[in-house]
Design a protein around this ligand. Structure first.
Ligand SMILES: [Fe+2]
Length: 353
């Protein structure tokens, strides 16, 4: 079979078979997304996918770099290659590229002949922060990274949760993260409290952020799975939950326990691999410093497992941004405002009705 059909829009990096509409893809491409842990990229290139685009990450003496994971020579995956002396080397024919994406050597080409000028990588903006590598597929991102000072200022014990991949859209994931109604039903072995009526709350909007706070009764955390008290003599704590979602796919949760005056935070970002596959990046900050990082990770992973089975089964997997498509109750105020805010970015506008 021969490739003869070209992308409808040759100026777009969006693959023709992307599950995102062109309009949605362009909007989401203009944000920063985490694509890997910093620790995942050392002396070898790493291939990741963002918004259906294969991306290779590699380090040189200048720092971290991101480019389309495709050698312009024969479209081989550069992530199958190596990094030698600050050059990303294609594993297929040995073409070498520097940190600027320029081809600097072709082993099979006489050094007396010029390297074709078109042999340069499609590079992406890339930066490291909070232990993650972030990429924007746009040259002009419309916003910076989320501001999470507690991850960096020594506020508490910091634990980075190994990122899992969910077969769910990033929007379904992030909406679930700030959904209060599901907590007593889904988180029965972790932090879910007793069945309660969710009191009315307001969602405060500022730029790309949406925030609200409510008081909840939550189950005492860190009761180990299998421990008798995990199923009997369940104890509950008063807690104030404050969620701040930053469009499109990040949310910072602050849990404050007034009785012990302790604070616990979870920073969560869904990275859209495809329209229906999301890598979940999470950092926990425990300001009580009472819990080891390993226990923070283990507890968070148990919470994620509880969420996962419900969220991946939602149908449609795409988040409906037309409010008429699902039924809302007052406790869903945040969800309603999130959908409105995402629609106001222009997302979902190309969906047929
Ligand atoms: Fe949950």
């Amino acid at each position: 079979m021969f490739l003869s059909v070209k992308n409808d829009n040759p100026t777009s990096l969006r693959p023709a078979d992307s599950g995102f509409t062109e309009a949605d893809w362009e909007i989401l491409a203009a944000f920063w997304h985490p694509v890997a842990l910093s620790s995942e990229v050392a002396d070898k290139p790493l291939g990741v996918t963002l918004l259906d685009v294969p991306v290779v990450l590699y380090r040189t003496g200048d720092g971290i770099h991101a480019a389309r994971d495709s050698c312009p020579h024969r479209n081989a995956r550069l992530s199958l290659g190596t990094v030698k002396a600050g050059r990303l080397t294609c594993g297929f024919h040995g073409f070498e590229y520097d940190g600027d994406g320029a081809c600097t050597r072709i082993p099979a080409l006489s050094p007396e002949l010029p390297i074709p000028k078109k042999l340069c990588l499609t590079r992406f903006l890339c930066q490291e922060r909070y232990g993650f590598i972030w990429v924007s597929l746009s040259d002009a991102p419309r916003a910076g990274l989320p501001e999470w000072p507690q991850v960096e200022d020594g506020s508490g014990t910091v634990a980075i949760v190994p990122p899992g991949v969910w077969n769910a859209s990033a929007a379904r994931h992030i909406e679930n993260f700030s959904d209060l109604c599901h907590v007593p039903w889904v988180h029965t072995t972790t932090f879910g409290g007793p069945e309660v009526v969710i009191p009315p709350y307001e969602v405060h909007k500022s730029g790309l952020s949406l925030a609200f706070e409510v008081e909840m009764m939550e189950r005492v955390r860190y009761v180990e799975e299998g421990h008798p008290s995990a199923t009997t003599d369940v104890q509950y704590n008063r807690a104030f939950y404050r969620y701040e979602t930053t469009l499109p796919f990040s949310c910072a949760l602050r849990v404050h326990h007034p009785d012990s005056n302790s604070t616990y935070r979870v920073f969560d970002v869904g990275s859209p691999i495809t329209a229906q596959t999301t890598r979940i990046f999470q950092i926990v900050v425990d300001e009580s410093r009472q819990v080891a990082p390993e226990a923070l990770v283990e507890f968070t992973e148990r919470i994620n497992v509880e969420d996962l089975s419900q969220v991946v089964a939602q149908c449609p997997q795409d988040l409906p941004l037309d409010l008429r498509d699902e039924i809302h109750i007052p406790a869903d105020r945040m969800s309603v405002e999130y959908r409105r805010a995402m629609a106001s970015l222009g997302l979902g506008s190309a969906l047929p009705r």
